[in-house]
Ligand binder design. Structure first.
Ligand code: AMP
Length: 130
């Protein structure tokens, strides 16, 4: 079930967290991606449908469906993802102006249910976001 979200009102049981998405396939190199950064805990690759001149996704190798599914044991990992985003932004030369976005849940625009941070840069951004 690529990117699938459990039906409304259902919890994410532990087994469900192991269901892989298209991002799991990228981690396992089963499908290609334009990877710009990797370490033990995370991977960063360019979004296939970029919404800005620079649009990179940072994902944990651990398959956490949504930010809302992260818990206390993920605290260090979540910090790691944000610092990795900072490092990728520097690597791509956009460290002075980038937006970091997490869409949590279908109602907020999440379409792939493997936690990811969007790094967007290279154009003006409005506030509030649409
Ligand atoms: P979201 O809507 O926040 O879940 O973001 C999912 C993002 O993943 C979208 O911006 C998609 O364009 C992107 N995406 C989906 N499939 C791929 C893929 N195979 N490689 C790179 N980006 C992808």
């Amino acid at each position: 079930m690529d990117g699938g979200e459990p039906r409304r009102g259902q919890a994410y049981p532990r087994e469900e967290r192991r269901v892989s998405t298209i991002f799991g396939k990228i981690i396992r190199r089963e499908i290609p991606a334009d990877i710009v950064y990797e370490d033990d805990l995370c991977l960063a690759f360019r979004d296939v449908n970029p919404q800005a001149p620079t649009h990179v996704l940072i994902i944990p190798k651990k398959e956490i469906p949504r930010l809302a599914d992260a818990n206390a044991e993920d605290q260090a990992l979540l910090g790691h993802l944000v610092l990795a985003a900072n490092q990728v932004a520097r690597q791509l030369g956009v460290e002075n102006a980038y937006r970091l976005v997490v869409n949590n849940g279908a109602g907020a625009g999440q379409s792939v249910f493997h936690l990811h941070l969007h790094i967007l840069a290279g154009r003006p951004f409005r506030w509030p976001p649409g």
